[in-house]
Design a protein around this ligand. Sequence first.
Ligand SMILES: *[C@@H]1O[C@H](CO)[C@@H](O)[C@H](O)[C@H]1NC(C)=O
Ligand SMILES: *[C@@H]1O[C@H](CO)[C@@H](O)[C@H](O)[C@H]1NC(C)=O
Length: 308
Amino acid sequence: MKLALLFASLAPVLLAAKCSSKVVTVTEVVRITCAADGKSCGPPGPATSSSSTAVVQHSTTSSFSIAPPPQQATNKQSLSTNAAVPQPPVNTSPINPKPSTSGNSGGPPAPTYNPLPEPAIFSSETPSIFNVLEGQSGMAVIINSCDYDLSLNSVGCGTGVQGQLIPAGETYTEPIRDCTNAGVALHATSKNHTKPVIVEYGAGPQDALKLTRPLSYDLSFLDCMVKETANLTGCAGWKEGHQCSGGVGSTVWSCLPEQYCDRTSYTVPEYGQTPENKDWRIKVAAPVASTDFTNGVVWELCAANRVN
Ligand SMILES: *[C@@H]1O[C@H](CO)[C@@H](O)[C@H](O)[C@H]1NC(C)=O
Ligand SMILES: *[C@@H]1O[C@H](CO)[C@@H](O)[C@H](O)[C@H]1NC(C)=O
């Protein structure tokens, strides 16, 4: 399995043109694919991840280096909109030839699988039925608000926990596994949900000047859902809702109880990008957010159960 990383940068890098005093702005989109062993990252190419996409969007001169995180990344408050990820215009018809029908217009239509979801919805708002997640610096936090036990496997980036029990109502915390340019996938299963729901994260290199590091994260139902349907019943915690965040002020990937949340999580491999359509599809924002490494990542399963 391959893992995915995304780092996004707000600020275009201003580069002095080599032969004059002109300043040019260069923006490029680079795909980095990393093997699950965390040791190898490859050049651009069609990703075949069973999980999610590996898109790195940043501004830099070098093809495969990760841009420094946005200046605002040092300040949790200013991350609230996560403006780092480019939002393509919604009315650009080639980008969304098949709009999702899982919206809320005119009652509750049955959600349908959409192979080309619209741009991901970046929001730092916690749904009112969930509690606000607070991250811990440099830590991955998994809150089991389900009334059943979970089992956690950590895949990628060296040796992680395997079969770690997270009893109902308890929280498991571990240091962010730290492999530059390699992702980590936290897989959660339960007795009745044997295929994993996954949170993926990846830390980029530290910016030498700003002493910050980008940390990207996403929520993926690809492994536990019935493929190419809107049926996520096989995913632990889905019935009672999920949320995943990089701490207060960061983007919250929330999935309300029994919601087909195809714009805040991965339910379509590569977010619909294929080798054939990648020229335009790569412009569609995928549901991967970025925060600063120090904020950590926190993920709650059965989030609607939690009462404080
Ligand atoms: C698993 O599913 C069975 C059958 O639906 C149910 O009786 C049982 O309570 C479930 N177990 C848990 C831990 O939810
Ligand atoms: C959804 O998928 C599960 C298997 O994960 C299956 O048992 C169930 O019947 C499916 N539900 C619908 C509505 O298709």
